[in-house]
Design a protein around this ligand. Sequence first.
Ligand SMILES: Cc1ncc(COP(=O)(O)O)c(C=O)c1O
Length: 360
Amino acid sequence: MKIYLSPPHMSGKELAYIEEAFASNYIAPVGEFIDRFEEVVKKYTKAPHALALCNASAGIHLALRTLGIKEGDKVAVSDFTFIASLSPILYQKATPILIDCDTSWQMDPEALEIALKREHPKAVIVTHLYGQSANIEEIANLCQKYGAYLIEDAAESLGATYKGKHTGTFGIFGVYSFNGNKILTTSGGGMLIGKDEKLMQKARFFSTQAKEPGYPWYEHKTYGYNYRLSNILAAIGVAQMEVLDERIAKKREIFAWYQEYLQDSATFMPELPESFGNRWLTTALFETDPLRIYEYLLSKGIESRPLWKPMHLQPLCKDYKFYGKGMSKQLFQQGLCLPSGTQLTKEQVEDICEKIITVC
Ligand SMILES: Cc1ncc(COP(=O)(O)O)c(C=O)c1O
């Protein structure tokens, strides 16, 4: 049996809710389940406003567009992240400034402050990596001090908190992803959350093709996007939200199993003091070349994945400024994401660890 990195795990209610959506005939990017999905995410995270979208990348793009980020503007962004944190900066023809991580694996506030002083970026996009909270309070304070908008890429960290407050709710905007491999999935989907009602209304306007209100026909003074989520997928999302706490508990349990079995062979991504991570993926550093472990597991039908290749090492980003000491590169060279699906048993994790130990 093949073991995947983080496959979907249904709650069992999805089909019933999809049938309800079918019965209503709202097979469209409008309908009751979209409203319900937004409501449950708001209630869970205590975000004042939520907008269900076709994916999280669209959410980051909408955040930048809504804030008026445009050509000539600079946007500081986590260097140790997935490309989707950065691509929307390019959609807006703005310039990314890459900020390294520190030993927490998360954006380094010291490097960020230097970049804020020198580059004056209009916005900062910080990723909460692998389900753990970034040093978000310090980063939010720096953004305030230097007058930059804070956008949180919480695509991987739904349910993770810092000092009891949900990741995604510190900045002016935050995004969650419901992609197929995330802690919850709608097959593909995202949620933009925000504090400011007017900005969220503007984001909603852009997400549905920027149709001017008050006209019987479609009147356009600017252009928008087709970024809303389907009502059918929102029905899956409502069912998935019902098991979020259970999924987080299982992800954390899987992490604890890896820690137990690999205590002499690996070191693990830390969790910042006063934070609570969802441990979306268990990630670890090895003395051995992680690609050897990756290849070996693959030959046994087990999917793992190298850590995100830092943005400053991507050919796409060779001309962008990078602030930091090279921590992300070091982590990339040593680390691996281990299978973390919430249907894994303790025996399977033990078996994976035994295989890892044979090549360590
Ligand atoms: C850190 C990060 N940001 C953004 C995204 C983009 O999310 P989506 O696939 O929903 O667009 C992902 C995952 O896919 C991610 O891991």
